[in-house]
Design a protein around this ligand. Sequence first.
Ligand code: NFE
Ligand code: MG
Length: 566
Amino acid sequence: MSKRITIDPVTRIEGHLRVDFEVDGGKIGKAWSSGTMWRGIETILQGRDPREAWIFTQRICGVCTTVHSVASVRAVENALNLEIPLNAQLIRNLVIVAHALHDHIVHFYQLCALDWVDVVSALKADPARSAAVAQSLSEWPGNSVQEFRAVQERLKDYVARGQLGIFSNGYWGHPAMKLSPEVNLLAVAHYLQALDFQRFALKAVAILGSKTPNIQNLAVGGVANAINLDAASPLNMNKLFEIKEQLESVVRFVQQVYFPDVAAIGGMYAEWLGYGAGVKNYLAVPDLPTDAAATQFDLPGGTIMNGDLSTVKAIKSWKDEYFEKNVTESIARSYYDGDWQKHPYEETTDPKYNAWDPDKKYSWVKAPRFDGKPMQVGPLSQVLVGYALGDQRIVKWSNRCLEIAGKVAGAKLSPAVLHSTLGRIAARAIRAAALSEISLKHWGLLAANIGKGDTAVYVEPRFPSGTVRGYGVHEAPRGVLSHWVVIENGKIKNYQAVVPSTWNAGPRDGKDQPGPYEASLVGNPIAVPEKPLEALRTIHSFDPCLACAIHAHDAEGTEIAQVKVL
Ligand code: NFE
Ligand code: MG
């Protein structure tokens, strides 16, 4: 008999997500993903000056603040056909890359690792053997016996004093936990080290953005970082080298710790390459331009349909009609007035709440579609698109990851295994490794351009009378982000954000096609229905952010919590 499980709230994510699913014979059948909050930033923007939209949209989320500011200024610049200076593109790129590196590190260690790593088991580890495993994978200086012994002592101390804190409520000892005590100890040590390195990445963001979260240095038309190598407060040699130093330490952590950890632990859980594929239509957008006009990019974009890499179709620029024409959102199953599916320029956001009903409306998240189809977005989409298009960095790091994981698993792994729960986690590490190289490249491009005497950072936007419209895209840590703006006589007439977690967490649409979270849960094993660890593995592999997905908050809340998890 099938059993109905509700996880509400899902934790170790950003925002408020509820997931319901049926379990029959130890496997998940149907699933429903529901966003349980609403806020309405799109509505707040109507009638405002387009130059200030980025300041509001940046408050959509406390996790990926930078991304909504970048997408917003790009949307207004796109509407005005405004080309910004090269320095401005590169400074934005450095903020984007440093923020993404922070975000991917935090996702793996702080948000997702505890689904795979049994913290309590680390107490039984032999630190010398942990060090031997770690040293076989990497030259990282933090892999010494002393380091692992010290971490284990700390852990013993917490347990003895009953102070496991955030570790106190996990599914420790769950039958799906498979790592040896030694690997668990290694992962706990790197969990603690990751807290420092994600901070170094954010320091680079803060030096350029003046603060983070919520950077201050953007403007429609460029950035507000005055450049003067001979003065104390603008962007000068000192600050440039401080940024480089932070980036270099993060690059080392990504390449020597995060990447090998994911590849090796992935190999130890190789059966999870067979679960969680879900929607195998993938969408990514090009990002990190290397020229002022944004015609060349270091991150590739495109689509792949039905999991077939040979269907890859590149999205070549931020003006590509293939992207602009094909995006719609459906509210057939979302708490908004109506049941339409519309292009973002034509959309409205009129909340209309009803009680959660899996057969009717059950989520505050809208359901974005591309050419009418659900699409998966995120690092996996970008990696598969990049792999299919032959992007050199992505091919190199993907092959390296599959090789390490294959060695550990004792199998030959092809890119096809990436269509999976574990594939999403691996792709994030592959993307982080590619970004780590790109970060230093773009630092070099900026330093060289300034060295040539170019200090331009801004061009003034001018708004025509009448109506113009545009869209701004950004490949955010969780995937394709697009902001769409209609401007009438210099004021915002309509503003819509179509966000990565909206693509992935969205509900069914008018044709009853499930969204990526819902589809990816189908067929997952569930060993202990009261402790649905496996469902969390798959949901966490997307790195959910519900504030982004709904741009919203509702004080009323919706449902009873049946299962609470760490
Ligand atoms: Ni709030 Fe976000 C990212 C955006 S996901 S974290 O990345 O945009 O929807
Ligand atoms: Mg929206």
